[in-house]
Design a binder for this molecule. Structure first.
Ligand SMILES: Nc1ncnc2c1ncn2[C@@H]1O[C@H](COP(=O)(O)OP(=O)(O)OP(=O)(O)O)[C@@H](O)[C@H]1O
Ligand SMILES: [Mg+2]
Length: 496
């Protein structure tokens, strides 16, 4: 017993000496030598330690480039191992609606894989750079470390880490909150993420059930979307890029934007709302396309207003250097670089739609909307680019029944007959019909009789206006024809 006490006392005094010596070293030895000693101490310890460690940094390649692996590890540990951790942290997700529980920093979590035990740690270190950061947390670098016995090195690197990556990705997809990306949002947020896109949570409630349109047309579109979503093998087999273009055209208020939201909800895809007028040039457009992920819908609304539809390249140097090409829309691989100072051109847009997509994965849908299909350049909307042209038209009875069910919770009413006839004779957009089915004020509860009577009055008025407009147009036409005839009669006299 006495011997044991003596041994402990000896160990204690040895430890005290080491701590004392180390503090002396820290005080009197220059920083470079200290670093050298620390590195060698770590190397010495590594020689005797049977354990290896792998670090996964949040920012991998560059200071700003975030590592997908880091987030996969985070998701994997939160899902599979968090129940074994004693210290967790809970944070609001980026969209402030869902709680994200993950393993707290410096907490150890154990995991088992093929009978092997592994230890995970989460931590962060401050970057030593002299850059002053204006944004909180910017100078912190988070990382995960996994520690394991060196005899399991091959298993961990060859099987375990790929397993963690795959599982983590699955968890991310499962918890995924869909996003609406835009290229004309806040610059600060984009800077923080070092991304050309800014995003908000996508939560448009539109579905195909709430969309007022011809049932057959609706079903055809849904079938088309399912065929696309499940068509990976088919696209590979026929050697086509896994993409599909839709052109939605029709008068204002007929549900083109609503249809896009319904498609995104149906497919569970992200939406990229590309505002072409905010894109400086073809180079910037290319950056935007590169950063789009798969499983997404790229939307260019009112395409006829967004781009110079003549598609003519700028005159001058470029035109002369491009003499050989008679086809204005032909893809010129060197064009995007040259086009730096110019605006986005139709040819640039077509290059990216055709070229980039083929090169970068797939499962993307591009949708153009327009009120004036006839104004669009045929090159832009030819099949292969815009595979399916969908006409969104005025509200007819079938569409009205969907709106009546959504807005008034009714499937039948005595006034339906009259409304059916008026809708066949009058062109009214679903947006206008829906407006008439909305309660007039918060106080007044929705009363189907009142709403439907209001709609009938609006339809009658629209019909009257249309008749008057048609009469006025006819009168003008006749007037012009008369004037033309009179002119033709006069002309022969003048000849004589
Ligand atoms: N087919 C429809 N089914 C259900 N609701 C519709 C439909 N069309 C329009 N609406 C209603 O009208 C509103 C306007 O529709 P939306 O913005 O989709 O029209 P749009 O065709 O995109 O118009 P624009 O050409 O002016 O962009 C929507 O918020 C929606 O409530
Ligand atoms: Mg719209």
């Amino acid at each position: 017993m006495v011997a044991m006490v003596e041994r402990w006392a000896g160990l204690g005094s040895a430890m005290a000496s080491i701590i004392f010596l180390w503090s002396m070293v820290q005080n009197h030895v220059p920083v470079t030598l200290r670093l050298y000693l620390t590195t060698w101490a770590a190397k010495l310890a590594a020689c005797f330690s049977p354990y290896l460690q792998i670090t996964i940094l949040e920012n991998s390649a560059g200071r700003f480039q975030q590592s997908e692996f880091f987030y996969a590890v985070e998701a994997y540990l939160s899902d599979a191992c968090a129940s074994r951790a004693r210290r967790l942290k809970a944070e609001l997700g980026s969209d402030s609606s869902n709680l994200q529980v993950s393993v707290d920093d410096h907490e150890e979590v154990t995991d088992e894989f093929s009978g092997v035990t592994l230890w995970w740690y989460a931590s962060k270190k401050h970057s030593k750079g002299n850059v002053i950061s204006f944004y909180p947390g910017e100078d912190e670098r988070r990382f995960y470390q996994v520690v394991f016995h060196r005899s399991h090195r091959d298993l961990v690197v060859g099987s375990y880490l790929p397993f963690v990556l795959a599982e983590g990705r699955t968890v991310i997809v499962k918890n995924r909150q869909r996003r609406l990306f835009t290229n004309c949002g806040g610059r600060r947020r984009r800077y923080l993420r070092n991304s050309v896109w800014d995003y908000v949570k996508f939560e448009h409630p539109a579905t195909f059930d709430t969309l007022a349109m011809d049932t057959d047309q609706k079903e055809a579109i849904m079938d088309d979307l399912i065929a696309f979503k499940d068509g990976k093998e088919y696209y590979t087999k026929v050697g086509k890029a896994w993409k599909r273009g839709y052109l939605l055209y029709g008068p204002p208020g007929t549900g083109k934007s609503t249809m896009i939201a319904a498609m995104a909800n149906f497919l569970d895809y992200d939406v990229y709302d590309l505002e072409l007028t905010s894109v400086k040039n073809n180079t910037e457009l290319r950056k935007l396309f590169i950063e789009m992920t798969s499983k997404s819908i790229i939307v260019i609304e009112d395409i006829d207003c967004s781009i110079d539809l003549t598609g003519k390249r700028r005159k001058g140097k470029k035109a002369s250097s491009n003499k050989d090409s008679d086809n204005e829309y032909e893809a010129d691989p060197t064009e995007p670089q040259k086009d730096d100072e110019s605006k986005v051109t139709l040819s640039g847009l077509l290059n990216f739609i055709d070229g980039l997509w083929s090169a970068s994965g797939g499962e993307r849908i591009i949708i153009f909307t327009t009120n004036h299909k006839e104004k669009l350049d045929p090159a832009l909307i030819r099949r292969g680019r815009m595979d399916k042209h969908i006409e969104m038209s005025y509200c007819r009875f079938e569409g009205f029944k969907v709106l009546a069910k959504n807005y008034l919770d009714i499937v039948e009413h005595v006034l339906f007959g009259e409304i059916q006839q008026l809708l066949e004779e009058t062109d009214m957009s679903p947006a206008d019909v829906a407006e008439n089915l909305m309660p007039v004020s918060k106080k007044k509860k929705k009363d189907p009789n009142m709403c439907l009577a209001g709609l009938i009055a609006a339809l009658k008025q629209a019909k009257k206006d249309a008749v008057e407009a048609a009469a006025a147009a006819k009168a003008k036409e006749e007037e012009e024809a008369e004037a033309k005839k009179a002119k033709e009669k006069e002309e022969p006299k003048e000849d004589k």
